[in-house]
Design a protein around this ligand. Structure first.
Ligand code: C5P
Length: 220
């Protein structure tokens, strides 16, 4: 299996209130994107392609290990992953798509995703149980449904795919479509998505509080 990691790192960091793209914000002195790339390589991915804001290429190149391939991201996460996927060598058999915004993801999670792909899964995502009762609300904010919590999972990254399956699913996706993750793209193409155990440390850094928590973890 030849596995390529895609890191979606072209977001703005608006909600973090940062003075630079979120993926360049330092955690323990190292940019978030560098943590994400290291996790993928440590977990067994062979090479990485990183989608970055076009105007920040030089800063990202300086932040990443030699050999990292950079591509210009798009206006949405879906567009950024689509651009990175187009740069993946067609000879690769597996693709893992990871958020730069999940810097403390343990390499074990990457290894579990790779193992599921090696065992024949066309698509696999790391998940965790939902501990709060979770409801659906209508436009007025009134609870419309309360799905059985035991059936719900929180979905994380890296998400793993057979490369050809993911490429075909993106080809079918209408231009401009915006989905929140890549499993949704393959599910829209009718591909079953398996699960492996995720990890609380895959938590996403979105707002300043998340970054403060991550700093505490790094300092321990
Ligand atoms: O905004 P959010 O935190 O959901 O973004 C998830 C990941 O997608 C982040 O790592 C971000 O850099 C990336 N992203 C991207 N291109 C965009 C928007 C977000 O690569 N246009």
């Amino acid at each position: 299996m030849h596995a390529v990691g895609i890191v979606a790192a072209a977001g703005s960091g608006l909600r973090l209130g940062a003075d630079r793209p979120k993926a360049l914000v330092p955690l323990g002195g190292r940019p978030l994107v560098a943590w994400a790339v290291a996790t993928l390589l440590d977990g067994g991915v062979d090479e990485v392609v990183v989608a970055v804001p076009a105007e920040e290429r030089d800063a990202f190149a300086a932040a990443l290990p030699a050999g990292s391939r950079l591509v210009d991201g798009g206006a949405t996460r879906t567009a950024s992953v689509r651009a990175a996927l187009a740069a993946v060598d067609p000879a690769a058999t597996a693709v893992l798509v990871h958020d730069a915004a999940r810097p403390l993801t343990p390499p074990d999670v990457v290894a579990r995703v790779l193992a599921a792909l090696a065992a024949g899964a066309p698509a696999v995502v790391p998940v965790l149980p939902v501990v709060d009762t979770t409801v659906v609300v209508d436009d007025a904010g009134v609870v419309a449904a309360a799905p059985d919590r035991a059936t719900l999972r929180r979905v994380q990254t890296p998400q793993g795919f057979d490369r050809a399956t993911l490429a075909a699913a993106y080809d079918r996706l209408p231009a401009g479509a915006e989905l929140t993750d890549d499993a949704a793209v393959v599910r829209a193409a009718g591909v079953p998505v398996g699960t492996v155990a995720g990890d609380e440390r895959c938590a996403k850094v979105t707002v300043a509080h998340d970054l403060a928590l991550a700093e505490l973890q790094v300092a321990r």
